[in-house]
Design a protein around this ligand. Structure first.
Ligand SMILES: *[C@@H]1O[C@H](CO)[C@@H](O)[C@H](O)[C@H]1NC(C)=O
Length: 434
């Protein structure tokens, strides 16, 4: 009786232990440029691809990682064996002051392919609408399962990040590519491919105006700003911000994929901004590297990138909610980093350092410089990952607001007072007349 009743509950149609059918028996192989090959089964799109092979140590949030534009061009190896068990949610949300149009980190899957030890053939989650395999198929992204991801990870950890090829179906019987045949995504300007082509505004009624240079923004960066009541104008990565900068209370530079050398144009424009403009500037990941290059630091390619949601960083300076001497656990996804140099360029200091590999995890303007500029290599917005540093968004928005108030008091005090009185008097007069 009871089971018959439960079977008729409509909500069970959605995301509950849904039968998705067995993963295909189509063979698949992953070849690494360093010479090794691993063989398993295909799922998702039956299509062979090249990419940069990287691993992530995150246990959950495969949906957020796969839609993170910073993974563009990459074959993503999950070190966690079981992936797909909670399926994939519908990816639409309202574009209002609470959200930015998507539930995940962008509209579609950004990585080139995924490598999974044991892909879940069934999924169960209240918000799931499809399986990982069917989502991959819809976005034409191939996957391989049934391979020893621990062995692959150990190779990538010993040899460093390398190029790869996912061969599916008939391509499995072809010989592995020669070294010259591997496609290297970092040779391309991936930022230019992913960045918005035209400016757009989110939450136009927000109480402060923040301009965002889009190098491949994760949606949660934009969400973290609009939820703090900022009106956010998203601009192409190489937009001439200096021509419009006085309309904004702050500037934000997002994360993005690939080699920061492709973004030198943005760094040179930002150098002028930093010299001539004194409002708050905050950058994350690629945005942090662009700030560093504008400050005169060099960026380099790391042998082992940092990817995962458990990267410990030590704060070397205090600012806002961040206290010097504390360790924060952070979400990260990067292959490039700023070079630590001694002395640091004048007016700048290191902000965070990675506790494990000592790479630069953040820089900031010094107190003496009189500027409010910060860059962090990690992702304070999380999605996925810990929220240890989420308050950095509140710090940034508070600085923008403080600057705006100070600016109004000094420059426009005579204009603003009558205007405010006017709007307060108007409704009262109407009320009396009625
Ligand atoms: C950082 O180092 C610690 C200590 O060796 C280790 O337990 C931890 O797994 C490392 N974290 C990452 C993300 O590699």
């Amino acid at each position: 009786m009871l089971s018959r009743y439960i079977l008729h509950l409509p909500r069970l149609q959605r995301g509950f232990a849904t039968q998705v059918g067995p993963i295909s028996t189509i063979p698949a192989s992953i070849h690494l440029k360093t010479g090794q090959s691993f063989h398993g089964r295909s799922f998702g799109a039956p299509r062979s691809v090249f990419g940069e092979t990287v691993f992530s140590t995150s246990i959950t949030s495969y949906t957020e990682s796969m839609t993170d534009p910073s993974y563009r061009g990459q074959i993503l190896v999950f070190t966690t064996p079981l992936i797909g068990n909670y399926g994939v949610p519908a990816n639409t949300a309202p574009s209002d002051s609470q959200d930015v149009g998507v539930v995940l980190e962008s509209k579609g899957i950004q990585c080139s392919a995924i490598v999974v030890g044991d892909v879940a053939e069934q999924f169960s989650h209240h918000s799931a609408v499809e399986s990982l395999a069917s989502w991959c198929k819809r976005y034409n992204v191939p996957g391989i399962t049934g391979v020893d991801t621990r062995a692959i990870t150990r190779l990538l950890r010993d040899q460093g990040t390398t190029l790869g090829r996912l061969a599916i179906g008939p391509d499995v019987s072809l010989p592995p590519p020669t070294a010259e045949e591997y496609w290297d995504p970092t040779g391309e300007n991936l930022v230019d491919q992913i960045s918005t082509k035209t400016p757009y505004v989110l939450n136009p009624g927000g109480s402060i105006k923040i301009a965002v240079l889009d190098f491949g923004a994760k949606a949660n960066i934009l969400r973290s700003l609009v939820r703090r009541d900022a009106a956010v104008t998203v601009l192409p990565w190489n937009y001439d911000f200096n021509a419009v900068r006085d309309q904004y209370d702050g500037l934000f530079l997002t994360n993005g994929p690939g080699d920061p050398a492709h973004c030198m144009e943005a760094a040179l424009k930002l150098r002028k901004t930093l010299q001539e403009w004194d409002r708050p500037v905050f950058g994350i990941c690629m945005g942090h590297q662009v700030i560093g290059m504008a400050a005169g630091l060099d960026a380099y390619r790391m042998t082992f990138g940092n990817r995962g949601h458990n990267q410990p960083v030590l704060a070397l300076a205090s600012a806002g909610s961040i206290k010097a001497g504390r360790v924060y656990v952070t979400s990260q996804n990067h292959q490039y980093a700023l070079k630590l140099q001694d002395p640091f360029p004048q007016g700048w200091e290191p902000f965070f350092i990675n506790c494990n590999d000592s790479s630069v995890e953040g820089i900031k303007s010094t107190k003496e410089s009189g500027k409010k500029v910060w860059g962090v290599q990690f992702h304070p917005e999380s999605a996925g990952g810990p929220l240890d540093t989420i308050e950095m968004f509140s710090d940034f928005v508070a600085e923008c607001r403080a600057h705006k108030i100070q600016f109004q008091e000094t420059a426009f005090s005579h204009d603003i007072k009558p205007a405010r009185l006017g709007t307060m008097v108007e409704p009262r007069r109407v009320a009396v007349a009625a």
